[in-house]
Design a protein around this ligand. Structure first.
Ligand code: EZ4
Ligand code: CO
Length: 402
């Protein structure tokens, strides 16, 4: 039996911070898992280094399911983003190892591909409607068949999802940027710019929009109703989801499809949302929802309830996460769509991924395992750089959901 001989936590900041776990076995096979939690990276690095790595040495890397339960139940303290991201990193690395040992891509270990390519959506944005329309045209030219649209809102400088530089990166240096938000201004602006997108580009591509948890259920239901004729693919994160039953109110108010899940850690965060059919798409991620093993469980539960998948895939998830998501997306019958933001060139100096983009879809590579390598020498050239996600405040100064 091979055993785990080494587990190394690699912290690097090629443009933004990433935490990666590399597990190596006595046979000399190594696998990678993403452990990045935007704005709280070192908490996961410590959870791994100080508490999990000592548990891994000497264990059988083949027993992925047992390892998941050993780390989940064995900690006694359950759930939460730090714990579940650490478990995800171990789980993902063990799937990578199992694929390399078997000489198979991970999608073959998961039952084989159920589709050729994984439909992805890109992020178009603009500081005005005109700029947004130019950006939509750019994504159409690149071959995207699904595009998320976000534009700046006059009177709400903290509008989510608008790129400031060439690359979208909301985490700011030193201390969290405090951004002003106005629900009234947003509700006036968003239907207008989304309508302009359809008027200019028609209906032969999927249009998505991210509300980023900023509305109440009543406001979200109203917005969804106003957007119905635009036939959105989905309205994302209309309201925070700690109160899962609140989605019933949105559901009853509108037929605009609803997606949620990027901050979920476990199946229990979405159990009611799925089993009571309060959402159309579950948007959890490999890295924050307990790895391939647990995300597959969530996706399988969703299948029973006609809920499709919509894996989160922002650039604060490393190429290791994206690759793991693509392997899983390829295999599940209820796949919906995968978020895709191309990683910037610095990130690509550290992570060498082998998935490919063609005609609006991503194709996982057929290399054994996940098909991503990390260049540790390159990683060491980019030391950790503490950054925080912004904090939202309403115009009266009170804290709002960012
Ligand atoms: O704000 O991943 O749909 N994508 C998103 C992301 C999140 C970031 C937070 O780290 O909402 O851009
Ligand atoms: Co989102």
């Amino acid at each position: 039996m091979a055993t785990i001989t080494q587990a190394k936590v690699i912290v690097t900041s090629p443009g933004r911070n990433f935490v990666t776990l590399r597990i190596t076995t006595s046979d000399g096979v190594s696998g990678l898992g993403d452990a990045t939690l935007n704005g709280r990276e070192l908490a996961v690095a410590s959870y791994l280094r100080d508490h999990v790595v000592p548990l891994l040495i000497g264990r059988d890397p083949a027993r992925i399911e047992d390892m998941w339960h050993y780390l989940y139940k064995g900690a006694y303290w359950r759930r939460g983003p730090v714990t579940m991201t650490a478990i995800a990193a171990v789980d993902t690395a063990l799937w990578d190892i199992k694929g390399k040992v078997a000489g198979m891509p991970v999608y073959d270990l998961l039952g084989g591909r159920a589709r050729d390519g994984v439909l992805v959506y890109g992020h178009a944005s603009g500081s005005s409607t005109a700029e947004l329309l130019d950006d939509i045209a750019r994504f159409r030219d690149l071959g995207y068949r699904a595009i998320r649209a976000q534009a700046a809102v006059p009177g709400a400088p903290g509008t989510y999802g608008v790129r400031h530089d060439a690359v979208y990166e909301p985490a700011a240096a030193a201390l969290p940027e405090e951004q002003t938000w106005s629900t009234e201004a947003y509700l006036a602006a968003a239907p207008a710019y989304l309508t302009a997108v359809r008027e200019n580009f028609g209906f032969d591509f999927h249009l998505l929009h991210d509300v980023h948890h900023r509305l109440t259920p009543t406001e979200a239901g109203h917005l969804g109703r106003r957007l119905e004729d635009l036939r959105l693919f989905w309205m994302e994160d209309p309201t925070p989801a700690e109160l899962q039953e609140s989605y019933r109110q949105i559901r009853q108010a509108t037929t605009t499809p609803i997606a949620v899940g990027e901050v979920f850690n476990t199946i229990w965060d979405c159990q009611q949302l799925i089993t009571e059919r309060l959402i159309d798409y579950i948007r959890a991620s490999v890295v924050h929802a307990g790895g391939i093993t647990h995300l597959r469980r969530i996706f399988n539960l969703a299948e029973l309830y006609h809920v499709r998948t919509g894996s989160h895939g922002a650039t604060d998830l490393s190429p290791v996460s994206l690759s793991a998501a693509l392997h899983l997306d390829s295999t599940v019958p209820n796949f919906g769509i995968q978020e895709y933001m191309e990683h910037d060139p610095l990130t690509q100096q550290v992570f060498r991924a082998s998935y490919a983009f063609r005609e609006g879809a991503l194709y996982p590579s057929s290399a054994p395992g996940l098909g991503v390598e990390i260049d540790e020498e390159a990683a060491s050239r980019f030391p950790y750089d503490r950054k925080y996600l912004p904090v939202g405040r309403r115009t009266d100064g009170s804290v709002h959901d960012w």
